[in-house]
Write a protein that binds this ligand. Structure first.
Ligand code: FE2
Length: 284
């Protein structure tokens, strides 16, 4: 039997992102060097940079259309976690911030259900884009995640779902807003309040202060910022050092955010436990 190999269409980066605003394809230009300098400095000091209108509007539109046709393929998690996303410390009280549980409900469209010819997957695979990210993050090496389910996905938040306060396990996250909900679904974050993996009394105190103030004052407090995150905006975020949440989605339109995962270690993939948790199955 003759095997037919599917040939994927590669899109040019100029057709995916706005290279007039962000000259990634003109690496020797002064404008590109200035952009990198500015983004690097901002990322280092603030832990977050956003690039509005990064994706071409037509790419946003076709990605949203594709995702909305695949909502039945989205796997939904519904559980609780502490802010460190680990098993906590059994000697401490269950209400201690080390152990306190928060509810999260979020859906994910896995990599093997993403359109392989679409703008998001083509951007994910682009060497130029990956080199750009490496330079902003000041990393010598950056590789695509070798995970068949988790490499490049879309987080889909339906009505009444949310992602509660937490620090990410990975040092950084690269996301692109595709579709905003009618209301709610805001990305809220603190400054860089810890080093990656730091779990100590200082962090416990800081977290208690932040959460107490936030619960008392809501959106109007100086310890938490709400991100301007419009469709087409690229965000590069230090999720391991900044506490963050996505607030409850209100209304029937889903919040859809592309999540592009890269790693400094070539060949790295998620554990079977993580695959099972976020995608409901295990694929090696
Ligand atoms: Fe996160």
């Amino acid at each position: 039997m003759k095997l037919l190999h599917r040939k994927y269409n590669t899109m040019k980066l100029e057709n995916i992102i706005d290279t007039n605003l962000y000259p990634l394809t003109d690496q020797d230009s002064e404008r590109y060097k200035n952009l990198l300098d500015e983004l690097r400095l901002r990322y280092r000091t603030k832990g977050i940079v956003t690039l509005p209108n990064f994706l071409q509007p037509t790419i946003v539109e076709s990605a949203v259309k594709d995702i909305n046709n695949k909502l039945d393929m989205v796997f939904h998690t519904d559980g609780t976690h502490n802010v460190f996303l680990d098993n906590g410390e059994p000697v401490l009280d269950e209400n201690h911030i080390r152990n306190r549980q928060f509810a999260t409900k979020v859906g994910a469209l896995p990599y093997d259900k993403m359109d392989p010819d679409g703008g998001i997957v083509n951007l994910y695979k682009s060497d130029i884009f990956r080199e750009f990210l490496g330079k902003v993050l000041e990393l010598d090496e950056l590789h695509p995640l070798a995970d068949k389910l988790g490499a490049c996905t879309v987080n889909v938040f339906k009505k009444d779902t949310m992602h509660a306060w937490h620090f990410d396990e990975s040092t950084h996250s690269v996301t692109i807003m595709l579709q905003k909900p009618i209301n709610g679904g805001e990305f809220r974050h603190t400054k860089q309040i810890r080093t990656r993996g730091q779990i100590d009394e200082k962090i416990f105190n800081d977290l208690n202060n932040i959460l107490e103030k936030d619960e008392k004052l809501g959106g109007n407090n100086d310890l938490v910022s709400t991100l301007e995150f419009e469709p087409g905006t690229l965000s590069i975020f230090s999720g391991s050092t900044c506490l963050h949440e996505v607030t409850t989605i209100l209304g029937d339109r889903c919040r859809e955010v592309a999540v592009l995962c890269y790693t400094t270690e070539k060949g790295r993939k998620n554990s079977p436990e993580v695959q099972k948790l976020f995608f409901g199955r295990v694929v090696d």
